[in-house]
Design a protein around this ligand. Structure first.
Ligand SMILES: [Zn+2]
Length: 410
Protein backbone atom coordinates (compact mmCIF):
# COMPACT_ATOMS: atom_id res chain seq x y z
CA UNK A 1 0.00 0.00 0.00
CA UNK A 2 2.75 2.52 0.92
CA UNK A 3 4.33 1.94 -2.50
CA UNK A 4 1.14 2.89 -4.34
CA UNK A 5 0.96 6.05 -2.21
CA UNK A 6 4.62 6.78 -2.89
CA UNK A 7 4.13 6.12 -6.61
CA UNK A 8 1.02 8.29 -6.85
CA UNK A 9 2.84 11.16 -5.13
CA UNK A 10 5.85 10.74 -7.45
CA UNK A 11 3.44 10.92 -10.41
CA UNK A 12 1.89 14.10 -9.00
CA UNK A 13 5.38 15.54 -8.47
CA UNK A 14 6.38 14.92 -12.10
CA UNK A 15 3.47 16.98 -13.38
CA UNK A 16 4.66 20.02 -11.38
CA UNK A 17 4.84 23.20 -13.54
CA UNK A 18 7.82 25.59 -13.25
CA UNK A 19 8.39 25.20 -9.52
CA UNK A 20 11.31 22.98 -8.49
CA UNK A 21 9.78 19.50 -8.43
CA UNK A 22 7.79 18.61 -5.36
CA UNK A 23 9.37 15.64 -3.65
CA UNK A 24 7.99 13.51 -0.84
CA UNK A 25 9.55 13.36 2.58
CA UNK A 26 9.86 9.87 4.04
CA UNK A 27 6.55 8.54 5.40
CA UNK A 28 7.20 7.14 8.83
CA UNK A 29 4.84 4.65 10.51
CA UNK A 30 2.87 5.95 13.50
CA UNK A 31 1.37 4.24 16.54
CA UNK A 32 -2.31 4.26 17.52
CA UNK A 33 -1.38 6.01 20.76
CA UNK A 34 -1.18 9.81 20.71
CA UNK A 35 2.54 10.59 20.96
CA UNK A 36 4.80 13.60 20.54
CA UNK A 37 6.84 11.56 18.09
CA UNK A 38 3.79 11.06 15.89
CA UNK A 39 2.89 14.75 16.08
CA UNK A 40 6.40 15.47 14.84
CA UNK A 41 6.03 12.93 12.02
CA UNK A 42 2.80 14.51 10.73
CA UNK A 43 3.86 18.14 11.18
CA UNK A 44 7.30 17.65 9.63
CA UNK A 45 5.71 15.94 6.62
CA UNK A 46 2.89 18.47 6.11
CA UNK A 47 5.06 21.55 6.72
CA UNK A 48 8.10 20.34 4.81
CA UNK A 49 9.59 22.54 2.12
CA UNK A 50 9.21 19.60 -0.25
CA UNK A 51 5.44 20.10 -0.32
CA UNK A 52 5.94 23.81 -1.00
CA UNK A 53 3.00 24.74 1.20
CA UNK A 54 -0.56 23.40 1.07
CA UNK A 55 -2.26 26.31 -0.69
CA UNK A 56 -5.62 25.47 -2.30
CA UNK A 57 -5.19 23.94 -5.76
CA UNK A 58 -1.44 23.31 -5.44
CA UNK A 59 0.52 20.04 -5.64
CA UNK A 60 1.13 20.38 -1.93
CA UNK A 61 -2.65 20.49 -1.42
CA UNK A 62 -3.07 17.15 -3.25
CA UNK A 63 -0.15 15.54 -1.43
CA UNK A 64 -1.50 16.63 1.93
CA UNK A 65 -4.90 15.14 1.05
CA UNK A 66 -3.29 11.83 0.05
CA UNK A 67 -1.30 11.81 3.26
CA UNK A 68 -4.30 12.43 5.54
CA UNK A 69 -6.44 9.90 3.65
CA UNK A 70 -3.69 7.29 3.93
CA UNK A 71 -3.35 7.87 7.66
CA UNK A 72 -7.08 7.42 8.19
CA UNK A 73 -7.03 4.34 5.98
CA UNK A 74 -4.08 2.74 7.77
CA UNK A 75 -5.68 3.30 11.18
CA UNK A 76 -9.20 2.02 10.53
CA UNK A 77 -9.22 -0.42 7.63
CA UNK A 78 -12.60 -2.01 8.33
CA UNK A 79 -14.17 -0.01 11.12
CA UNK A 80 -14.32 3.21 9.26
CA UNK A 81 -15.14 4.89 6.03
CA UNK A 82 -12.98 7.53 4.34
CA UNK A 83 -14.31 10.06 1.89
CA UNK A 84 -12.83 12.99 0.00
CA UNK A 85 -15.25 15.79 -0.79
CA UNK A 86 -14.15 17.92 -3.76
CA UNK A 87 -15.09 21.56 -4.01
CA UNK A 88 -14.05 24.52 -6.17
CA UNK A 89 -12.67 27.76 -4.72
CA UNK A 90 -11.37 30.99 -6.21
CA UNK A 91 -7.73 31.62 -5.31
CA UNK A 92 -8.53 35.29 -5.95
CA UNK A 93 -11.82 35.51 -4.10
CA UNK A 94 -12.26 39.28 -4.58
CA UNK A 95 -12.01 39.09 -8.38
CA UNK A 96 -13.57 35.61 -8.39
CA UNK A 97 -10.65 34.52 -10.54
CA UNK A 98 -8.40 31.47 -10.69
CA UNK A 99 -10.89 28.70 -9.88
CA UNK A 100 -9.18 25.62 -8.46
CA UNK A 101 -10.22 22.29 -7.00
CA UNK A 102 -9.62 21.57 -3.32
CA UNK A 103 -10.89 19.03 -0.83
CA UNK A 104 -12.33 18.01 2.50
CA UNK A 105 -10.98 14.70 3.79
CA UNK A 106 -13.55 12.91 5.98
CA UNK A 107 -12.94 9.83 8.13
CA UNK A 108 -15.87 8.15 9.90
CA UNK A 109 -15.59 5.85 12.94
CA UNK A 110 -18.99 4.25 13.44
CA UNK A 111 -20.31 4.30 17.01
CA UNK A 112 -20.70 1.06 18.99
CA UNK A 113 -24.21 1.81 20.32
CA UNK A 114 -27.24 0.66 18.33
CA UNK A 115 -29.11 3.92 18.94
CA UNK A 116 -26.47 6.58 19.49
CA UNK A 117 -24.41 5.54 16.47
CA UNK A 118 -26.83 7.61 14.40
CA UNK A 119 -25.63 10.72 16.20
CA UNK A 120 -22.29 12.38 15.57
CA UNK A 121 -19.39 14.22 17.14
CA UNK A 122 -17.25 16.08 14.58
CA UNK A 123 -13.52 16.71 15.16
CA UNK A 124 -11.95 18.94 12.54
CA UNK A 125 -9.22 21.34 11.49
CA UNK A 126 -8.13 22.90 8.22
CA UNK A 127 -5.08 21.50 6.43
CA UNK A 128 -4.47 24.29 3.91
CA UNK A 129 -2.01 27.14 4.18
CA UNK A 130 -2.07 30.68 2.85
CA UNK A 131 -0.62 30.96 -0.68
CA UNK A 132 3.16 31.29 -1.03
CA UNK A 133 4.39 34.79 -1.77
CA UNK A 134 7.60 36.26 -3.20
CA UNK A 135 8.96 32.80 -3.93
CA UNK A 136 8.88 31.96 -0.23
CA UNK A 137 7.05 28.86 1.09
CA UNK A 138 4.35 29.29 3.75
CA UNK A 139 4.95 25.97 5.54
CA UNK A 140 2.09 26.47 8.01
CA UNK A 141 3.51 24.23 10.76
CA UNK A 142 1.28 25.79 13.44
CA UNK A 143 -1.39 27.06 11.03
CA UNK A 144 -2.55 24.43 10.65
CA UNK A 145 -0.37 21.33 10.34
CA UNK A 146 -0.64 21.24 14.15
CA UNK A 147 -4.45 20.95 14.15
CA UNK A 148 -4.44 18.51 11.21
CA UNK A 149 -1.92 16.31 13.06
CA UNK A 150 -4.09 16.30 16.15
CA UNK A 151 -7.13 15.26 14.07
CA UNK A 152 -5.08 12.35 12.62
CA UNK A 153 -3.74 11.28 16.03
CA UNK A 154 -7.21 11.36 17.61
CA UNK A 155 -8.56 9.30 14.70
CA UNK A 156 -5.84 6.70 15.20
CA UNK A 157 -6.51 6.57 18.96
CA UNK A 158 -10.30 6.24 18.76
CA UNK A 159 -9.99 3.73 15.91
CA UNK A 160 -7.90 1.60 18.25
CA UNK A 161 -9.99 2.06 21.43
CA UNK A 162 -13.45 2.11 19.78
CA UNK A 163 -14.91 3.50 23.04
CA UNK A 164 -17.52 5.78 21.51
CA UNK A 165 -21.27 5.19 21.29
CA UNK A 166 -21.85 8.05 18.84
CA UNK A 167 -20.19 8.02 15.44
CA UNK A 168 -17.06 10.17 15.24
CA UNK A 169 -16.48 12.20 12.09
CA UNK A 170 -12.93 13.47 11.58
CA UNK A 171 -12.49 16.24 9.03
CA UNK A 172 -9.57 18.05 7.38
CA UNK A 173 -10.88 21.11 5.55
CA UNK A 174 -9.34 22.68 2.46
CA UNK A 175 -9.85 26.33 1.54
CA UNK A 176 -10.08 27.70 5.11
CA UNK A 177 -7.57 30.43 4.42
CA UNK A 178 -9.74 31.61 1.53
CA UNK A 179 -12.71 32.20 3.83
CA UNK A 180 -13.62 29.05 5.74
CA UNK A 181 -14.65 27.57 2.36
CA UNK A 182 -14.12 23.87 3.14
CA UNK A 183 -16.33 23.81 6.24
CA UNK A 184 -18.82 26.07 4.47
CA UNK A 185 -19.02 23.63 1.58
CA UNK A 186 -19.47 20.73 4.00
CA UNK A 187 -22.33 22.27 6.04
CA UNK A 188 -24.07 23.20 2.78
CA UNK A 189 -23.42 19.74 1.29
CA UNK A 190 -23.41 17.59 4.41
CA UNK A 191 -22.64 13.87 4.20
CA UNK A 192 -24.38 13.37 7.56
CA UNK A 193 -27.60 14.71 9.14
CA UNK A 194 -26.45 18.00 10.71
CA UNK A 195 -29.37 17.89 13.15
CA UNK A 196 -27.77 14.79 14.59
CA UNK A 197 -24.40 16.46 15.21
CA UNK A 198 -24.02 16.69 18.97
CA UNK A 199 -20.78 18.69 19.04
CA UNK A 200 -18.08 20.06 16.67
CA UNK A 201 -14.54 20.44 18.03
CA UNK A 202 -12.25 22.65 15.92
CA UNK A 203 -8.45 22.51 16.23
CA UNK A 204 -6.81 25.48 14.54
CA UNK A 205 -3.30 26.56 15.62
CA UNK A 206 -2.71 24.35 18.64
CA UNK A 207 1.07 24.14 18.26
CA UNK A 208 2.44 27.28 19.86
CA UNK A 209 1.42 27.11 23.49
CA UNK A 210 3.22 29.76 25.54
CA UNK A 211 3.13 30.33 29.26
CA UNK A 212 0.99 27.16 29.43
CA UNK A 213 -1.96 29.06 27.98
CA UNK A 214 -4.55 27.64 25.62
CA UNK A 215 -7.63 29.58 24.56
CA UNK A 216 -10.96 27.84 24.36
CA UNK A 217 -13.85 29.29 22.39
CA UNK A 218 -17.44 28.05 22.20
CA UNK A 219 -18.16 27.12 25.81
CA UNK A 220 -21.12 29.51 25.63
CA UNK A 221 -22.68 27.69 22.64
CA UNK A 222 -24.64 25.16 24.76
CA UNK A 223 -26.50 25.15 28.09
CA UNK A 224 -24.26 24.51 31.14
CA UNK A 225 -21.49 23.65 28.73
CA UNK A 226 -18.74 25.48 30.61
CA UNK A 227 -19.38 23.59 33.85
CA UNK A 228 -19.71 20.24 32.02
CA UNK A 229 -16.32 20.87 30.41
CA UNK A 230 -14.42 21.75 33.58
CA UNK A 231 -13.52 18.17 34.64
CA UNK A 232 -11.79 17.71 31.27
CA UNK A 233 -9.82 20.96 31.38
CA UNK A 234 -7.76 20.09 34.45
CA UNK A 235 -4.52 19.26 32.63
CA UNK A 236 -1.46 19.91 34.82
CA UNK A 237 0.42 23.10 33.97
CA UNK A 238 -2.18 24.27 31.49
CA UNK A 239 -4.25 27.47 31.85
CA UNK A 240 -7.40 27.13 29.79
CA UNK A 241 -8.72 30.59 28.98
CA UNK A 242 -12.35 30.46 27.93
CA UNK A 243 -12.99 33.19 25.36
CA UNK A 244 -15.96 34.74 27.17
CA UNK A 245 -19.50 35.00 25.92
CA UNK A 246 -18.77 35.41 22.24
CA UNK A 247 -18.11 33.10 19.31
CA UNK A 248 -14.83 33.59 17.50
CA UNK A 249 -15.91 33.75 13.87
CA UNK A 250 -12.61 33.29 12.08
CA UNK A 251 -12.26 29.53 11.90
CA UNK A 252 -14.18 26.47 10.73
CA UNK A 253 -16.29 25.84 13.84
CA UNK A 254 -18.17 29.04 12.96
CA UNK A 255 -19.94 27.41 9.99
CA UNK A 256 -21.15 24.60 12.26
CA UNK A 257 -22.20 27.12 14.92
CA UNK A 258 -24.33 28.90 12.31
CA UNK A 259 -26.14 25.55 11.83
CA UNK A 260 -27.07 25.59 15.55
CA UNK A 261 -24.45 23.03 16.50
CA UNK A 262 -22.56 23.41 19.82
CA UNK A 263 -18.90 24.05 19.04
CA UNK A 264 -15.52 24.19 20.72
CA UNK A 265 -12.40 25.87 19.37
CA UNK A 266 -8.91 25.19 20.74
CA UNK A 267 -6.29 27.81 19.90
CA UNK A 268 -2.87 28.65 21.31
CA UNK A 269 -2.98 32.19 19.90
CA UNK A 270 -1.55 34.38 17.21
CA UNK A 271 2.26 34.75 17.06
CA UNK A 272 4.96 36.62 15.09
CA UNK A 273 5.18 33.82 12.48
CA UNK A 274 1.45 33.82 11.72
CA UNK A 275 0.90 33.42 7.96
CA UNK A 276 4.62 33.83 7.35
CA UNK A 277 7.26 31.53 5.79
CA UNK A 278 8.77 31.38 9.27
CA UNK A 279 5.84 29.32 10.67
CA UNK A 280 8.09 26.26 10.84
CA UNK A 281 8.03 22.92 12.67
CA UNK A 282 11.06 23.69 14.86
CA UNK A 283 8.95 26.29 16.75
CA UNK A 284 6.17 23.87 17.68
CA UNK A 285 5.54 23.21 21.39
CA UNK A 286 4.94 19.44 21.24
CA UNK A 287 4.45 19.04 24.99
CA UNK A 288 1.76 21.68 24.76
CA UNK A 289 0.11 19.76 21.93
CA UNK A 290 0.12 16.59 24.01
CA UNK A 291 -1.59 18.40 26.89
CA UNK A 292 -4.22 19.85 24.56
CA UNK A 293 -4.86 16.49 22.87
CA UNK A 294 -5.35 14.91 26.33
CA UNK A 295 -8.11 17.43 27.03
CA UNK A 296 -9.68 17.06 23.59
CA UNK A 297 -9.63 13.26 23.85
CA UNK A 298 -11.42 13.42 27.23
CA UNK A 299 -14.04 15.83 25.89
CA UNK A 300 -14.69 13.80 22.72
CA UNK A 301 -15.00 10.59 24.72
CA UNK A 302 -17.44 12.25 27.16
CA UNK A 303 -19.73 13.75 24.55
CA UNK A 304 -19.52 10.70 22.29
CA UNK A 305 -20.93 8.57 25.12
CA UNK A 306 -23.10 10.74 27.35
CA UNK A 307 -26.87 10.28 27.08
CA UNK A 308 -27.28 13.85 28.31
CA UNK A 309 -27.34 15.64 24.96
CA UNK A 310 -25.98 19.20 24.73
CA UNK A 311 -28.61 21.87 24.11
CA UNK A 312 -27.45 24.49 21.61
CA UNK A 313 -27.45 28.09 22.82
CA UNK A 314 -26.87 31.03 20.48
CA UNK A 315 -24.66 33.75 21.87
CA UNK A 316 -25.33 37.44 21.90
CA UNK A 317 -22.22 38.80 20.41
CA UNK A 318 -19.71 37.44 18.01
CA UNK A 319 -16.06 38.13 18.36
CA UNK A 320 -14.55 39.15 15.08
CA UNK A 321 -11.60 41.45 15.43
CA UNK A 322 -10.72 41.23 19.07
CA UNK A 323 -7.88 38.74 19.02
CA UNK A 324 -7.02 37.85 22.63
CA UNK A 325 -3.68 39.34 23.76
CA UNK A 326 -0.89 36.92 24.60
CA UNK A 327 -0.48 36.92 28.39
CA UNK A 328 3.10 37.02 29.73
CA UNK A 329 2.10 36.20 33.30
CA UNK A 330 -0.89 34.50 34.91
CA UNK A 331 -2.52 34.59 38.34
CA UNK A 332 -3.10 30.85 38.48
CA UNK A 333 -6.86 31.15 38.86
CA UNK A 334 -9.92 29.84 37.05
CA UNK A 335 -12.22 32.68 36.01
CA UNK A 336 -15.98 32.24 36.45
CA UNK A 337 -17.21 32.36 32.85
CA UNK A 338 -20.89 32.39 33.82
CA UNK A 339 -20.34 35.83 35.41
CA UNK A 340 -21.43 38.62 33.04
CA UNK A 341 -20.93 41.71 35.22
CA UNK A 342 -18.07 44.22 34.92
CA UNK A 343 -14.60 42.80 35.64
CA UNK A 344 -13.46 39.19 35.85
CA UNK A 345 -14.84 37.06 38.67
CA UNK A 346 -12.52 34.43 40.16
CA UNK A 347 -14.17 31.03 40.46
CA UNK A 348 -11.23 29.32 42.11
CA UNK A 349 -7.66 30.10 43.05
CA UNK A 350 -4.89 27.50 42.74
CA UNK A 351 -2.40 26.83 45.58
CA UNK A 352 1.09 28.30 45.29
CA UNK A 353 0.15 30.46 42.36
CA UNK A 354 0.59 34.28 42.37
CA UNK A 355 -3.09 35.10 42.96
CA UNK A 356 -3.64 32.90 46.02
CA UNK A 357 -0.20 33.73 47.40
CA UNK A 358 -1.13 37.42 47.31
CA UNK A 359 -4.36 36.73 49.21
CA UNK A 360 -6.86 36.52 46.36
CA UNK A 361 -10.07 34.65 47.31
CA UNK A 362 -12.63 32.63 45.36
CA UNK A 363 -15.41 35.04 44.41
CA UNK A 364 -13.19 38.12 44.19
CA UNK A 365 -13.92 40.29 41.12
CA UNK A 366 -10.83 41.72 39.43
CA UNK A 367 -11.71 45.34 38.53
CA UNK A 368 -8.29 46.93 38.06
CA UNK A 369 -4.79 45.69 37.19
CA UNK A 370 -2.19 48.39 37.72
CA UNK A 371 -4.07 51.39 36.24
CA UNK A 372 -6.01 49.39 33.66
CA UNK A 373 -9.74 49.14 34.39
CA UNK A 374 -10.81 45.56 33.75
CA UNK A 375 -14.22 45.33 32.08
CA UNK A 376 -13.88 41.81 30.60
CA UNK A 377 -11.59 38.83 29.92
CA UNK A 378 -9.96 40.75 27.04
CA UNK A 379 -8.87 43.69 29.17
CA UNK A 380 -7.72 41.12 31.73
CA UNK A 381 -5.55 39.36 29.12
CA UNK A 382 -4.33 42.67 27.73
CA UNK A 383 -3.22 43.72 31.24
CA UNK A 384 -1.23 40.51 31.68
CA UNK A 385 0.38 40.92 28.26
CA UNK A 386 1.92 44.15 29.62
CA UNK A 387 3.44 42.67 32.83
CA UNK A 388 6.86 40.99 32.72
CA UNK A 389 7.51 37.68 34.49
CA UNK A 390 8.82 38.12 38.11
CA UNK A 391 7.43 41.70 38.24
CA UNK A 392 5.00 42.78 41.00
CA UNK A 393 1.67 44.44 40.23
CA UNK A 394 -1.17 46.04 42.11
CA UNK A 395 -4.49 44.30 41.51
CA UNK A 396 -7.74 45.73 42.84
CA UNK A 397 -10.57 43.29 43.51
CA UNK A 398 -14.13 43.82 44.60
CA UNK A 399 -14.83 41.60 47.64
CA UNK A 400 -18.49 42.04 48.48
CA UNK A 401 -18.93 45.82 48.74
CA UNK A 402 -15.28 46.42 49.60
CA UNK A 403 -12.40 47.20 47.20
CA UNK A 404 -9.19 45.38 48.22
CA UNK A 405 -5.77 46.13 46.73
CA UNK A 406 -3.44 43.14 46.44
CA UNK A 407 0.28 43.23 45.69
CA UNK A 408 0.92 40.29 43.39
CA UNK A 409 4.38 38.92 42.79
CA UNK A 410 4.59 37.07 39.44
ZN1 LIG B 1 -5.73 28.46 10.68
Amino acid sequence: MKNTLYLSILFLASCASNMPSVTTPEIKPTKSDITIEDFKTHIEFLSSDELQGRGAGTEGDKIAVSYIKQRFYDAAPNKGKIEVQEHYVFKDRRQKKDKVLTYNVIGYLVGNDEKLKDEFVVIGGHYDTTANALGKINNGADDNASGTSMVIELFEKFAATNNHKRTLVFMAFGGEELGLLGSKYFVNNPTIDLDKVHLMVNLDMVGRMEENNVQLGGAASAENFSSRLHPFLMEDNVNVIELGEGIFSRSDHYNFYKKNIPVLFFFTGVHEDYHKPSDDSDKINYDGMKSISNMVEGIVEEFANTSDRLVFKSVEQEQTMQTPSRMKVTLGVIPDYSYDGKGVKIESTIDNRPGKTAGMLDGDIVIKIQDLVIVDIYKYMEAFSLIEPSATAEITVLRGEEEVVLNVQF
